[in-house]
Ligand binder design. Structure first.
Ligand SMILES: [Zn+2]
Length: 263
């Protein structure tokens, strides 16, 4: 599933092309991704509106429209927002100046909503916001109990981290994913904060992790899969200590870690 770095990558790639353009037409191949409004109503409302800006919040893309409405897209498992079509296109947005934006989805877990005002989705803080300091993270951690990795993936706790970046952040921090949040020392919390920052930033620099379906807006794969320490590397040697990487199940998710480097 695309996480913060993948969604941020898509945002950065589509924003310069679509911002300032009017949505001149809408064509459905499949209507099932439209969620809080009928597909007919969605089309009636969105055609003629203008895209002013796109914000990324957690794993969501928020399209700010001139009417005051917000179109919100969640890519789900395999959703894509593209500037070039692929064979799974479900919705085609015609834009002024002859441009097009495509919503594609192989598995139909992607979701599109239209809201009349900025929607409050009850998400936790954005880890890469400059205002999000170590002190804020410490307060958050101290307010929460439970398995560390499961908590990191809770979008109400902190926004945008999923299975890949939770595993990577814990490796960088040297923390075993089985640890409980309430057992972390101040020093470990500081290491985890740094691990989160480092892992998410690496994902953005490498334009996303393409281990399953993720591609950027022009269909290109990211390269962050080549830089992962633990995720997807079961049995392969740890990049720090050469011991084989373990895979266990935690909160029903495959969890990768090094039992020597992570305590
Ligand atoms: Zn190791």
């Amino acid at each position: 599933m695309p996480e913060l770095p993948e969604v941020e990558t898509v945002k950065r790639q589509i924003l310069p092309v679509v911002a300032g353009r009017v949505i001149t037409s809408l064509e459905y191949i499949d209507r099932r991704n439209i969620k809080n409004i009928s597909s007919k109503e969605f089309k009636r409302k969105i055609v003629g509106d203008k895209i002013l800006d796109i914000e990324r919040r957690a794993k969501y893309l928020f399209f700010k429209l001139k009417s005051g409405n917000w179109m919100v897209i969640h890519l789900g498992m395999a959703g894509r927002v593209l500037l070039k079509p692929d064979k799974y296109v479900k919705i085609i947005f015609g834009l002024s100046g002859g441009k097009k934006m495509y919503f594609s989805d192989t598995r139909l877990f992607g979701k599109i909503w239209l809201y009349t005002k900025y929607p409050e989705l009850g998400l936790g803080p954005e880890p890469l916001e400059k205002s999000f300091k170590l002190g804020d993270f410490k307060k958050l951690v101290k307010s929460k109990r439970g398995n560390t990795k499961v908590v990191l993936m809770d979008q109400k706790f902190i926004a945008g981290i999923g299975n890949i970046y939770a595993a990577e952040a814990l490796f960088v921090a040297g923390i075993n994913p089985k640890r409980r949040m309430e057992s972390l020392t101040d020093n470990e919390i500081a290491k985890l904060y740094k691990g989160i920052m480092k892992s998410l930033k690496a994902g953005i620099v490498h334009k996303g992790t393409s281990v399953s379906d993720f591609v950027g807006a022009i269909g290109q794969e990211g390269t962050n899969q080549n830089y992962l320490y633990v995720y997807g590397r079961k049995g392969e040697p740890c990049k720090k200590c050469r011991q084989p990487i373990h895979k266990i199940s935690l909160g029903q998710r495959g969890t990768y870690f090094c039992s020597k480097c992570q305590n």
